[in-house]
Design a protein around this ligand. Sequence first.
Ligand code: ADP
Ligand code: ZN
Ligand code: ZN
Length: 734
Amino acid sequence: MPTASTPIYARVALPCPLYRVFDYRLAQPGRIAPGSRVRVPFGRRNLVGVVVELSPDTELPPAQIRPLSELLDAQPVVPPDLLALLCWAAGYYHHPIGEVLAQALPALLRQGRPARIEQTRHWQLSAAGRAVDPADLARAPRQAALLSVLTRCPEGADRDRLQHEGLYRRDSLRALVDKGWVEERLETPGLDTPGAGAAAPSLNPAQADAVQAVAEHAGFGCFLLDGVTGSGKTEVYIRAIEQALAAGRQTLLLVPEIGLTPQLMQRLRARLAAPMVILHSGLSERERLNAWVAARDGAARIVVGTRSAVFTPLPAPGLFIVDEEHDPSLKQQDGFRYSARDLLIWRARQQDVPVLLGSATPSLESLYNADQGRYQRLHLPNRAGAASAPELKLLDIRGQPLREGLAEPLLGAMRRHLARGEQVLLFLNRRGFAPTLICHECGWVAACRRCDSHLTLHQRRGRLHCHHCDASQEVPVQCPECGSPDLRGLGYGTERIEQTLQQLFPDHPCLRIDRDSTRRKGQLEALLEQAHSGAARILLGTQMLAKGHHFPGVTLVGILEADQRLFSSDFRASERLAQLIVQVAGRAGRAERPGTVLIQTHHPDHPLLRRLVTEGYAAFAAAALAERRDTGLPPYASLALLRAEATDREAPREFLEQAHALAQQQSGPEIEFWGPVPAPMEKRAGRYRAQLLVQSAARAALHRLLDAWIPVLAESPAARRIRWSVDVDPVDTF
Ligand code: ADP
Ligand code: ZN
Ligand code: ZN
């Protein structure tokens, strides 16, 4: 007999951009728990949602409440601790709960598929199949197309992949299998086989102290593992993971970009003999769901993933780790703008688990938290093994002749290091041939029609490309203004430097690593292999090269352009620059030979740059923190950024002005507003953008305002006519 308190309504989060949940009537009260997926009628559609709460009553007239269509999970697919995390995150980041939940679940679960591991069919060319030329199959074009695709996928392809190419045909596949050209097998995608136990180095005292501090700690605690590049942070992670494994606990390790750090994955696999899953953007949906289920069921003992892996359910968590905790990619930059690092710390507290934040260049936020005693600092001051720290030098290029952007002292150093058989790494964070194409006759500049930016010249592909909206066009043969054929690339990108290096150092093979040279699957691994084997003598690249790699043969690093970021409008630019310099520098001198780092600059007297070079990152960070304190910026203040964009230039500012007026009614003197102002790049991808920055020295006051303001703003008619978003703790304020 249901009593007055028996829940008969389910509050359901649905994948839609509304700041609310929706009530539905339960068919059988008592059979359902929060965290279960349900199918519900919504308008004329049927949607999959997640029950976030059960309730004996509803605010709507009960007659208006529709019944649930279907209960999809016997066991809640979102366990209570994860549901609590997601509800908290939706509130903190002011993002609609339905979208937050949708983001946290693998796509197949969002579509209502069962939460269980499934094997999939997999097709791969046989030896006989590899000998066939698809061109000979003119009368079976589908089979020919399948053969070509499978030729490009040496490790085989599954249904998702073939469907993606528009080529999934059972009958054609069967015909190829019958001919013996293709092999079909069942696989369990997404699950890693346990690795072998490779030999472990004995820890140096600093590492041993760090491992012990984590081991001795019971329950929640936040550790900042502040260790110079090559100091053996990964080794500390591995030991801490081993301890968690021995205690029967799972580890969740977040990394910025898995694709960029194949070495880290190889090391974890070689050392840790436990089932591990790796969650990254390259997985198929089936792989993702299998890995997710393996983590949820406890079969996976180690979960490694990029930021969204913070939402992986774990029945027995024992250790959380964030590698490269300073990396901006841990913050999602669109839609639900969460910080995976900050959410993992929240989760660690909630689940009473220690969390380890590792970096050679900790964020100013984390250093501040360590200073305040909120985090325990673990310091690895020296490189592990025999390697010594590289030496940083500023190379004053004012008034110096440059060879295509390279100063003579840098070229001289390159010659010396190359002559000794050592490798050289050059860093330039700009891909393409030249950032600008200009008419030498009349000064016309190739600009993007949809953005406030120039088009980058990609000479090899013969195209102009916008790096902001992806627009692309052929390089004109003559100036559209004056007709002159004298069009020239202005400035330098990696493609141009590569060409110059090939001319200047014809005997030393040069390897370029950037997004253009690593577009296809497997290309990055192949290039890194050439870098490690020593086949390539000069490594040239963008920030893809800066992260996580070890190049033991590199003894000289040249940083071609540091200046641009010294004068950026973003208050974090100098922090990012320092991190980038130190990270790139960290690639050098990893073996016995020490490394040298030359930084080309027009501003050798810039105080932050000087301090970084003469005293190191810690001194730089202390000075930068003092500057933030004096100017009242994070971590001494909390920020939220309200952004708006529209195809009409005035609309974003008008909307933000209304929003501003609304906020002022609700806020006290402890809140400051900056703007609304146009975004630094006002027009992007055909839309005009503006922003309003909200700042307070008191985090609680800022959040009180957001709690009162955003829901009202979201309901306002103006908010429905424009694209807008709120970014809490923004990492990019432009
Ligand atoms: P980080 O993650 O701090 O950059 P790694 O853990 O990758 O540093 O270690 C850098 C190099 O030093 C690796 O080649 C690693 O195998 C080696 N190494 C780490 N710890 C030790 C140790 N205690 N003794 C000898 N070599 C070590
Ligand atoms: Zn011209
Ligand atoms: Zn553009």
